[in-house]
Write a new protein. Structure first.
Lengths: 121, 160
């Protein structure tokens, strides 16, 4: 069965791009959240195998959403996918339980490598 | 306004555009404006907060915006500047601002960025901090002219 992924990004363009990359490589995109608050809610409803998480978003940012998702499910696999690649952000995300940190703009292979490694059975 | 605040935006725009669409932009001559003003048709407004604060506007013609969005969408034709095209252009601004913020961090300035806003229509002036604006024109071959207007200042420390 295809692994199920929840995409989180406020930019439609980014959601479309990520969905294309993932769907064309055998993953099922089960949901698309537009901000951190939606991602937290959708995570508990959909129980995806993995979440991609932007950081700079309205309503609730990705770092807060990451913390809430990890608090609800200590095994949650969250990959940050953001334009903010500063060291302090990366450190905070990893310390908060993010499994990988992808800086935009990215090549499709970078996403597939991160997701593939985390979802390998 | 210090030129050192502009350099990260020049570098980040070059590397982001190169990674996204495989074209290296050509940089034009830096100029100054007394205030934040844009005469471009499509403008992406990004706020910068933190130890350096202000605004950056990425401005371009509608034709350039459509060409850029088309390239970002893998060559798909963009006839109307619809929601997806606008989102691609906004994300371009977000990625350049993010990359610049990373470079500012390496120079010792901790900053954050706000989600981008697209403002359409020429002759927009913005009143923010009375900081002069530095403008960098870029020419992206096969896409069009693109300008980055940077208006930033170091945050004043307010005594307790």
């Amino acid at each position: 069965m295809a692994k199920r992924i929840l995409i989180t990004d406020d930019a439609l363009f980014m959601r479309v791009t990520l969905k294309n990359i993932l769907s064309s490589n055998g993953y099922e995109v089960v949901g698309e959240a537009e901000n951190g608050a939606q991602a937290v809610k959708m995570y508990s409803e959909l129980k995806p195998d993995l979440v991609t998480m932007d950081i700079t978003m309205p309503e609730m940012d990705g770092l807060e959403a990451l913390k809430q998702i990890r608090a609800a499910d200590a095994n949650a696999k969250v990959v940050m996918c953001t334009a903010m690649g500063q060291k302090n952000m990366v450190v905070e995300a990893i310390q908060s339980g993010a499994k990988d940190f992808i800086v935009k703009p990215f090549q499709p292979d970078r996403v597939l490598e991160a997701v593939g490694k985390l979802l390998a059975a | 306004m210090k030129v050192e605040y502009v350099t990260p935006f020049v570098n980040a725009s070059a590397s982001v555009i190169q990674t996204l669409i495989g074209i290296s932009p050509e940089r034009g001559k830096l100029s100054a404006r007394p205030q934040m003003f844009t005469s471009q048709q499509v403008n992406i407004v990004c706020g910068i907060t933190g130890e350096i604060e202000g605004q950056v506007i990425y401005g371009m013609s509608m034709m350039t915006a459509k060409n850029m969005a088309s390239k970002m969408l893998g060559g798909q034709e963009v006839k109307e500047f619809d929601q997806l095209a606008a989102s691609a252009i906004a994300e371009l601004g977000n990625m350049i601002s993010g990359g610049s913020s990373n470079q500012l961090f390496q120079s010792g300035f901790k900053t954050d960025i706000t989600p981008p806003t697209i403002v359409k229509g020429p002759n927009i002036s913005m009143t923010n901090f009375d900081i002069p604006t530095l403008v960098i024109p870029l020419n992206v071959a096969g896409v069009g002219e693109f300008e980055i207007a940077v208006s930033l200042r170091q945050r004043k420390v307010v005594a307790a």
